[in-house]
Write a protein that binds this ligand. Structure first.
Ligand SMILES: Cc1cc2nc3c(=O)[nH]c(=O)nc-3n(C[C@H](O)[C@H](O)[C@H](O)COP(=O)(O)O)c2cc1C
Length: 195
């Protein structure tokens, strides 16, 4: 198994995914990793739907209907692209944020927690020799799509995670310098006296 730091620093989304999808035991570990997302007050503000086999076609129809609500004049090519989108991987995991009213945990924190769960899924997928990519697109923000997926008014789509086996080689990772994003902070820029 890949070591943790290599996984964290070299995770690489895979736009092209083929069979096989992660099997039952691998999937169990993937979702167990998701459930370890940081979670203020342990609200568990997430839920996951697995979409595979013919259900991907049904999801494609949901996406096509969403496209037509946004763009009633969408041409056949655009409609087909929407309809076939979920066929780009053998397994699609829909990550839903489930928002609860809480005096100390605002919706943003719950959305971030669901996002961390999605990242956990991608990492655990790659750790076990599979691959994935996080996608959203306009349909993810369409309330009717949430309803058609069986989601409640308190739920939002955070991710469509496309999972499977990587087709081809992983892309070269972009070079990034840590120091471009990290700086020490030593106090407010203007001296402020505490009253
Ligand atoms: C919230 C979120 C939504 C995303 N939506 C899409 C998407 O709809 N389509 C897409 O191609 N990439 C999307 N991405 C980006 C890819 O998942 C991926 O991060 C990107 O291709 C860069 O590859 P890398 O993760 O290997 O650096 C999204 C990422 C995030 C975090």
């Amino acid at each position: 198994m890949i070591d943790a730091m290599t996984l964290l620093t070299e995770r690489n989304s895979a736009p092209k995914l083929i069979e096989p999808a992660p099997g039952a035991a691998v999937r169990e570990a993937i979702f167990a990793a998701a459930l370890r997302a940081p979670d203020h007050a342990w609200l568990r503000p997430w839920r996951f739907l697995t979409v595979e086999g013919e259900a991907r076609q049904a999801l494609g129809s949901v996406l096509e209907r969403s496209l037509l609500r946004r763009e009633p004049e969408a041409d056949a090519t655009a409609r087909e692209r929407a309809r076939c989108a979920p066929l780009r991987a053998p397994l699609v995991v829909v990550v839903l944020a489930r928002l609860k009213a809480h005096p100390k945990v605002p919706p943003l924190e719950q959305r971030l927690s669901a996002g961390c769960a999605a990242h956990g899924i991608l990492l655990a997928t790659e750790a076990q020799g599979y691959a994935g990519i996080w996608r959203t697109g306009a349909a993810a923000f369409d309330r009717e799509v949430v309803r058609e997926l069986g989601g409640g008014e308190d739920e939002e789509i955070v991710a469509f995670l496309y999972l499977g086996s990587r087709e081809g080689k992983a892309k070269r990772l972009p070079a990034m310098a840590v120091e471009d994003f990290v700086a020490p902070w030593n106090g407010p820029t203007q001296d402020k006296e505490t009253p």
